[in-house]
Design a protein. Structure first.
Length: 97
């Protein structure tokens, strides 16, 4: 596999991860709307908690990426602190282990 093909494959997989994260965020919004009128189940509460944590993890990761040299720093931090990424981006890393 050439470097260009690897980059294309990486972009496609990250696009899929990003779309999955967006889908989960839409589900979070629906659950938050539902919570204003109905009582949520334990599973729904767990989903809300997990999604809010993912959003809180994404903000520092994007901030690090935006720093000068952040595109080099973020992969190093992911190696040192794998939980810095939202759950959609960690699934492949966990599958490799």
């Amino acid at each position: 596999m050439t470097g260009v093909e690897e980059i294309k494959a990486l972009l496609v997989s990250n696009k899929i991860r990003f779309l999955n994260e967006l889908k989960e965020s839409k589900e979070l919004i629906l659950l938050l709307k539902k919570s204003t009128t109905n009582k949520l189940t334990t599973e729904e509460k767990h989903k809300i908690e997990e999604q809010l944590l993912d959003i809180c993890k994404a903000i520092p990761a994007f901030a690090i990426f935006l720093l000068p040299g952040g595109s080099l720093l973020l992969p190093l931090l992911v190696k040192l602190i794998p939980t810095i990424l939202p759950s959609s981006f960690r699934k492949d890393i966990e599958d490799l282990k």
